[in-house]
Design a protein around this ligand. Structure first.
Ligand SMILES: *Cc1c(COP(=O)(O)O)cnc(C)c1O
Length: 350
């Protein structure tokens, strides 16, 4: 017997903001006395920017890491004047003007960008965070040019064009030994900046993994993205050990039922097809293997389902998390979450 119904409620991503608050509390306790900056690039890792920053602000988060200026401006709009908003991808005069107008803290990883910002500053000095390249070669001033860079920054500071609010870098968090080398480079750069007369209040180096695992990487502030959303690292500590839970769950509805399969309307491209035969979903009749994944349909082992039944495919209230799926197919949890199409509606709890 095949049942069929056309109108199945579409997939939706349900985001539990209380779970976000709980993750933030865990993070704060873990990294104290360092302060967490909540990183919200890529539309808050696909969870939806404004609801995420609004709740985080209510939970006491005062620093938001935007990445780009457009996101920074949206956060300013959502949170008002008091928020400290860090943007570290600025390209061109318009971006710089927008960043200054929105009073963003600007990450500066090159000499020309420092010059442009100093030239564009108005009456108020622009808050900048100078970036040393500690080995990732992903933007940042190389150690051999750092001395001249901080001397120039000090001159701009004396002229009232900028204020060096921070010094920062980004590390790979792939090997402790490499990270240790990066940390030495960072410490040397901070000492040189101080010797040049700078007084940065915020030193920040670590993202989620190092912030949790390695206290000596915390300095004044840590930039937390993944763990705030409950996305643990591939092959890293379990959620329970970290004290975090995935804050989002992808829900979808049953479309067809036959004797040998249940077909789920999963939403456009929600789950990578390579995960077929490697993941399972929880059903009222127990776990069922996912046998085939198409661009918008998922075919599962059968159970006595009815078209329209709702199921949790992955995330906080599902059998598997994004990172669980990622580990089976050799990727990272962020990639699973970020491929959830913007067409799939987000719904927020509570
Ligand atoms: C994305 C990003 C982070 C956050 O990393 P997570 O591993 O998600 O915590 C921190 N810093 C920079 C510069 C980033 O681009």
């Amino acid at each position: 017997m095949t049942q069929h119904r056309e109108a199945v409620a579409p997939a939706e991503l349900v985001v539990d903001l209380d779970a976000l608050a709980a993750n933030i509390a865990t993070i704060r306790a873990r990294v104290a006395p360092a302060e967490p900056m909540l990183v919200v690039k890529d539309d808050a890792y696909a969870h939806g920017l404004v609801p995420i920053v609004t709740r985080a602000w209510r939970e006491g988060v005062r620093w938001i890491g935007a990445l780009d200026v457009t996101t920074g401006m949206q956060v300013r709009e959502a949170l008002g004047d008091e928020a400290r908003i860090f943007a570290w991808m600025l390209a061109g005069a318009d971006d710089i003007a927008d960043a200054i107008a929105a009073r963003l803290d600007c990450g500066v990883g090159s000499e020309p960008l420092l010059d442009e910002i100093a030239a564009a500053a108005g009456d108020e000095p622009v808050a900048v965070h100078l970036k040393i390249d500690t080995g990732l070669h992903r933007n940042g001033v190389r150690p051999e040019r750092w001395q001249a860079f901080v001397a120039q920054a000090h001159e701009y500071e004396l002229a009232g064009r900028i204020r060096v609010a921070g010094i920062w870098s980004h590390i790979a968090e792939a090997s402790d030994d490499d990270d240790d080398v990066s940390r030495d480079v960072f410490d040397t750069a901070v000492a040189a900046a101080r010797a040049a007369g700078l007084r940065p209040q915020k030193l920040h180096l670590a993202a989620s993994a190092a912030a949790f695992a390695r206290p000596e990487f915390r300095y004044d502030m840590v930039r937390i993205g993944a763990f705030a959303y409950g996305i643990r690292s591939t092959d890293g500590p379990a959620d329970a050990d970290l004290g975090i839970t995935p804050i989002a769950t992808l829900h979808a509805g049953v479309r067809h039922v036959s004797a040998d399969a249940v077909v789920i309307d999963a939403g456009w491209n929600a789950v990578p097809s390579t995960a077929a035969n490697q993941v399972a979903i929880q059903t009222p009749a127990g776990p069922r293997a996912v046998n085939r994944i198409g661009s918008d349909l998922i075919v599962c082992e059968p159970w006595p389902a009815v078209p329209g039944d709702r199921l949790a495919l992955f995330g906080g209230s599902a059998l598997e998390s994004a990172t669980d799926i990622a580990e089976r197919i050799g990727t990272i949890g962020e990639e699973i979450v970020l491929r959830i199409s913007p067409e799939i509606p987000r719904r927020y709890l509570p």
